[in-house]
Write a protein that binds this ligand. Structure first.
Ligand SMILES: Cc1cc2nc3c(=O)[nH]c(=O)nc-3n(C[C@H](O)[C@H](O)[C@H](O)COP(=O)(O)O)c2cc1C
Length: 358
């Protein structure tokens, strides 16, 4: 069998296992994966997705109810594995608050202490909703939770950014590894927050290495935005692809216009990785704020999730005003390949085109 025949066979078998017509998965993107986007992706034959990080258990339940009312398609629910509690430094936080006051409304001390939504209760809500797939980023689910969702027949897709993380996830029982290259838009899924910028591995290196190292299927993620990228990922060992930025300009994603327009114009060199929005490393458009906040003489970002709380007022204000400069305008290095057409059409174009190449 040739490499291309093998790639096609692998992709079709994965699609069959998950009830898909196309081996294309919408990336989970908290705040940017509304139900209509997943409905459109499933109509095109792909897998829908919801990033539940910022959702309460009731909001998770209602997303799933709405999704099931509009689509019989497969979807995944995803959340972040919590980091250890951050080490606080009041004086440094004051410096960051003062700096952020130049970019948005004044940030008060109490804004900083907003807790994250409780992880165990999000896990319970996902389990109760019973999607086909629960996925993770930034680490591994606790073994008791893995055992409970496996008992319900739910599959676990674990995001990994190195071979070592992929092997750890496979040993912990992951059914699929989502190999995330450093081209990816949004947060980098490194298990150890402090080390996230040390291993910046491109998908062309990560994918064959992870595919050779693990026995479970591998999904490719990061910088895939056209049929060539889909076909290349499958040839390099993937069974499917997970795409984020490539769906963000579709009307169903409903992100602010300034962000969608910036994605449509960004060359690969127009994005950067930084911790300036949340304290966790992520790739965004090089906005004026992102540039200023990463400058040498600017106070370094606070750890996650403190920096997320510190920047909330600026980000909310920017969304209200459609002002790109204060938004966390996440984007991968292939941003410019994203089309402003329906997500259903995006999935169909990607898969038809990739099949022709294979
Ligand atoms: C706006 C945005 C939010 C994201 N949030 C999450 C998340 O909460 N969980 C997760 O597993 N991945 C998240 N990601 C990463 C994606 O799952 C995926 O790895 C990435 O989008 C792939 O790169 P691409 O954007 O170049 O397609 C996010 C990506 C974006 C663009």
């Amino acid at each position: 069998m040739t490499d291309t025949q093998d790639a096609l066979r692998r992709a079709l078998s994965f699609a069959d296992d998950y009830g898909l017509q196309a081996p294309i998965i919408l990336a989970p993107m908290p705040g940017a994966t509304p139900v209509p986007l997943s409905v459109a992706v499933t109509s095109g034959g792909g897998m829908g997705s919801c990033g539940v990080l910022l959702m309460t258990p009731d909001q998770i339940k209602s997303w799933v109810l709405d999704m099931r009312a509009s689509s019989n398609g497969t979807f995944q629910l995803n959340t972040w594995i919590p980091d250890p509690d951050p080490i606080r430094d009041q004086q440094h936080e004051t410096e960051v608050r003062n700096f952020l006051g130049n970019w948005g409304p004044a940030v008060s001390e109490t804004d900083v202490d907003v807790p994250l939504i409780d992880f165990p209760s999000q896990c319970e809500a996902m389990l109760e909703a019973g999607p086909a797939v629960i996925s993770s980023i930034m680490g591994l689910y606790p073994p008791e939770f893995v055992a409970r969702f496996k008992a319900k027949g739910i599959k676990w897709f674990a995001k990994a950014t190195t071979v070592a993380e992929a092997l750890q996830a496979e040993r912990a029982g992951a059914d699929v590894i989502v190999a995330q290259g450093m081209e990816a838009g949004g947060h980098k899924g490194a298990f150890n927050a402090a080390d996230a910028d040390k291993n910046m591995i491109g998908l062309f290196s990560l994918l064959p290495a992870v595919s050779n190292a693990v026995k479970v299927p591998v999904v490719a993620s990061g910088g895939i935005g056209d049929p060539r990228g889909v076909a290349a990922a499958l040839i390099l060992g993937a069974s499917a692809v997970e795409i984020g930025t490539g769906f963000l300009r579709s009307p169903e994603a409903k992100i602010p216009n300034a962000w969608a327009d910036a994605i449509g114009e960004a060359e690969p060199e127009d994005t950067l990785v930084s911790r300036v929005f949340s304290g966790r490393l992520g790739r965004s458009i090089q906005t004026r704020y992102a540039m200023a906040a990463t400058a040498q003489d600017t106070p370094k970002p606070a750890p996650y999730p403190i920096q997320r709380n510190l920047t909330k007022a600026m980000r909310d204000d920017a969304v209200k005003k459609n002002n790109l400069d204060g938004m966390q305008a996440w984007a991968g290095q292939s941003a410019k390949l994203a089309s402003p057409i329906s997500a259903e059409q995006i999935v169909m174009n990607l898969w038809e085109g990739a099949q022709k190449l294979l």
